[in-house]
Design a protein around this ligand. Structure first.
Ligand SMILES: [Ca+2]
Length: 464
């Protein structure tokens, strides 16, 4: 087999070493002509915040309606933070958590202040993709004010119907959630799926540079792939065999439950509640569409993400076989063997059962035709012209081979053998006995008698 991609080999090696799986198929030359070689593939990881919908609960929790003036947490006399929803420069709508953060000063969403203290100030921020996606990098929230003293990051895998926690965050994990404080460094391969409470991202409003709250994806990957993620093969091997692990990094929605704002002190200053609020300037979510290793691109069309499925699969996640391609049960692609993986393509056929699919094809046989085949014709992948090569239905593996659903009979007096192959009359050969056999080495082709003639000029069909 000669791979057309051989020219790009150095580049490909580099990509695959990083486990990009960015090619779904490549053309190869086989003895029978051009064919496709299929590989496991996935879309490139990208900034997923471009494709989400954000919802706040309660819906009227954003500041500025009516306008409010806020004071700094560090200094109750510094009250120059004004929020007014009706003035563009002073409004802080949720979109500002996802805009391009290259500007100075930063742009941010801000909640109303803790006016109703001691009633809790709680906000749910729900990010929905309406599509299963796989996280590939840390989730990073950047707070404009102090980081919350208590919050939970949650995920959903069923479009927001059910939620499970990803991580708890608190200044005091025992007090807030009756959980022992841990960090991601406490996790091992065995406990990777444990949900922990961490105090790493809640401490100290005075540390103005420490504005981020993270959910550490890469540190978790590193438990299998090594500290610099150099052994992605090990990680992919684990992802392949452990559904729980794969599902852990897969989401349709994220929910940030802000439970208690930064107070900066042990007691809340009830005379100056405008010091307490939430403000988030940026949320980073890196990931890729989950396409079950059957697509290398994902498009955003009419506000919805969808995989561009290959391997005869279909659906938003390529999670089922295309119509007429049920020759084998649908299966997720596999990262193994490294680096190309296994495509597990859907084959032509009408049922998951191979024998049934053969029967479906044979069921078109009319009474007068005793031994017909359902043949597949190979097409040129570019011009789509028939290459004139036919394959038995059973051999149908390639997308460029189109099953005509045409029944071709055994020719030249050939008879059907076990409903499976033609038993040819003497002097004929080929799947349908369509070619005359040379009396000697080689075969006589209908169009190319000369080939036979040169070998041995005794070829009945050539009239010699
Ligand atoms: Ca922003």
């Amino acid at each position: 087999l000669i791979h057309l991609s051989v020219l790009f080999q150095p580049l490909l090696t580099l990509w695959t070493a990083w486990g990009h799986y960015d090619v779904c198929k490549s053309q190869i030359y086989t003895e029978e002509g051009l064919a496709w070689d299929y590989m496991a593939c996935q879309p490139e990881a990208t900034d997923m915040t471009k494709y989400l919908r954000v919802a706040l609960d309660p819906p009227n929790i954003t500041c500025g309606d009516p306008p409010e003036t806020y004071c700094a947490l560090e200094n109750p006399y510094m009250c120059n933070n004004e929020c007014d929803a009706s003035t563009e420069e002073l409004a802080h709508p949720p979109e500002l958590m996802f805009d391009f953060e290259g500007r100075n000063p930063t742009t941010f969403w801000q909640s109303t202040s803790w006016k109703k203290y001691p009633k809790p100030l709680q906000v749910n921020i729900t990010l929905s993709w309406n599509k299963t996606i796989e996280l590939t990098d840390d989730i990073v929230l950047t707070f404009e004010s102090g980081r919350p003293e208590q919050m939970v990051l949650e995920k959903s895998l069923d479009y927001g119907q059910t939620w499970t926690p990803y991580q708890f965050y608190a200044t005091d994990c025992l007090d807030a959630f009756t959980m022992e404080p841990k960090t991601v460094n406490d996790l091992t391969q065995r406990t990777l799926l444990d949900i922990i409470c961490t105090e790493d991202y809640s401490r100290g409003y005075v540390w103005k540079n420490d504005k981020t709250v993270r959910f550490e994806i890469k540190d978790r990957f590193a438990l299998f792939a090594g500290p610099r993620l150099h052994n992605m093969a090990s990680l992919y091997g684990q992802l392949d065999t452990t559904k729980n692990l794969r599902d852990f990094f897969t989401i349709t929605d994220l929910r940030i439950r802000l439970l208690k704002p930064a107070t900066g002190a042990t007691t809340v200053d009830e005379n100056n509640l405008s010091r307490y609020f939430y403000a988030i300037s940026d949320i980073k979510v890196q990931g890729r569409c989950k396409c079950n290793l059957h697509a290398n691109s994902c498009v955003f069309d009419k506000g919805k993400l969808g995989c561009e499925c290959e391997h005869n699969t279909t659906g938003p996640d390529c999670s089922r076989c295309k119509r007429h391609y049920h020759g084998r049960a649908w299966s997720v692609g596999s990262y193994l063997p490294i680096p190309k993986g296994t495509a597990n393509i859907c084959n032509f056929g009408s049922s998951n059962d191979y024998l049934l699919s053969l029967f479906w094809c044979m069921s078109h046989i009319t009474e007068n035709q005793k031994c017909d085949y359902c043949l597949c014709r190979e097409r040129d992948p570019i011009t789509l012209k028939s290459l004139g090569k036919y394959y038995l239905f059973q051999d149908f593996t390639s997308a460029t081979r189109v099953c005509d659903n045409a029944m071709l009979r055994c020719q030249n007096g050939g008879t059907c053998h076990h409903h499976q192959r033609c038993h040819c009359s003497p002097g004929f050969t080929g799947v349908l006995c369509e070619r005359a056999r040379c009396q000697g080495p080689g075969e006589c082709d209908d169009q190319l008698c000369i080939t036979c003639f040169l070998l041995l000029p005794i070829c009945p069909r050539c009239g010699l």
